[in-house]
Design a protein around this ligand. Structure first.
Ligand code: AMP
Length: 118
């Protein structure tokens, strides 16, 4: 069980932003921007590569609602999901990082030499 499953069950507290029957949004414990919210489905899904279109369809409107609630819908924000080892995913429960509240930087993201895939 991941730490996010424990948060969903209420076994670990979170700084909640929004919740409905299927999704939960809460502040990241280690914010990378003035506003840094994590948005997760309550159902256990490992990452974006595993998620179904049905879950994503409903998650999209929930994410948009969180962005609006945080006042980010006009000025903009960044939405990130880290997928798997190379994606830098640490918690193996699908989550989107919603980042905003300032003009965000966009730097080179590689920590290692690039791999050959083709
Ligand atoms: P990722 O590297 O994409 O898997 O991101 C995991 C995120 O979860 C990191 O940004 C962490 O700061 C955040 N995180 C880990 N534990 C907690 C927690 N208990 N409450 C809120 N955020 C957390």
């Amino acid at each position: 069980m991941t730490i996010f499953s424990k948060i969903i069950k209420g076994e670990i507290p979170c700084n909640k932003v929004l919740e409905n029957e299927n999704f939960l949004a809460f502040h990241d414990i280690n914010p990378k921007a003035p506003i840094h919210i994590l948005i997760i489905p309550k159902v256990e899904v490992e990452n974006f590569q595993q998620v179904t279109p049905e879950i994503m369809a409903n998650m999209t409107s929930f994410i948009q609602e969180v962005a609006k609630l945080m006042g980010l819908d006009d000025n903009g924000y960044r939405l990130i999901t880290n997928n798997g080892a190379d994606g830098g995913q640490e918690v193996m429960h699908l989550h989107f990082h919603l980042l905003g509240g300032a003009r965000l930087s966009w730097n080179h993201l590689c920590d290692s030499d690039s791999k050959k895939f083709l």
